[in-house]
Ligand binder design. Structure first.
Ligand code: IMP
Length: 172
């Protein structure tokens, strides 16, 4: 099956630079902890961090969310890989590859806020606005996209295609 370029490598690079410039301006003189949500955000994180001029460190987290009947104080989220360091009092930017229904990031934000960071913002390369079920604010958004299943630039289909340097869709 053929893959069609949906967002090109050049468009992505331009956008990542713009987002980094915004972050550099917003956090001027401050230190941030970037929290990349695995696995899909690893390429976005790697590119974004190289354009940051503010003091920063990077951590990764892996979580699975689920809609369940039991609600705990930390939300319905299972942490598969947790942060190595305490985030209390730190300025956090959560980095996602894509916000689809918004469930994962809503649950993760709730859980991380319970650890008392100084602030928490969200960056996402992609946003499927028509699909969102959990209203949220994306502070640093790359591209709003249609309701299409996309691959590449970290995003997978069954574990594959993460290495594509662009965002692609399957061509029917
Ligand atoms: P949400 O919890 O529904 O917002 O789902 C977010 C997660 O679903 C993302 O972090 C991706 O791992 C995955 N996902 C959603 N849409 C796509 C897509 O179009 N391509 C690849 N992965 C996707």
């Amino acid at each position: 099956m053929a893959i069609e370029v949906y967002i090109s490598q050049v468009q992505i690079e331009k956008k990542v630079k713009e987002l980094a410039a915004q972050i550099n301006a917003d956090y001027h003189g401050k230190e941030v902890v970037l929290v990349g949500v695995l696995t899909g955000s690893f390429i976005f994180c790697a590119d974004l961090v190289r354009y940051l001029t503010i003091k920063n460190s990077i951590e990764f987290i892996s979580a699975s969310s689920y809609e369940g009947a039991t609600t705990t104080s930390s939300g319905n989220v299972k942490i598969n890989l947790d942060l190595k360091r305490d985030i209390a009092g730190k300025h956090i930017i959560l980095i996602e590859d894509i916000v689809d229904t918004g469930l994962t990031i809503t649950q993760l934000t709730k859980m991380l806020k319970s650890r008392n960071p100084a602030s928490m913002k969200l960056a996402s390369l992609l946003f499927k606005k028509v699909r969102v079920e959990h209203p949220l604010t994306i502070d640093y958004l790359g591209f709003e996209i249609e309701d299409k299943f996309v691959i590449g630039y970290g995003l997978d289909y069954d574990g594959y295609y993460r290495e594509l340097p662009y965002i692609g869709v399957y061509k029917a």
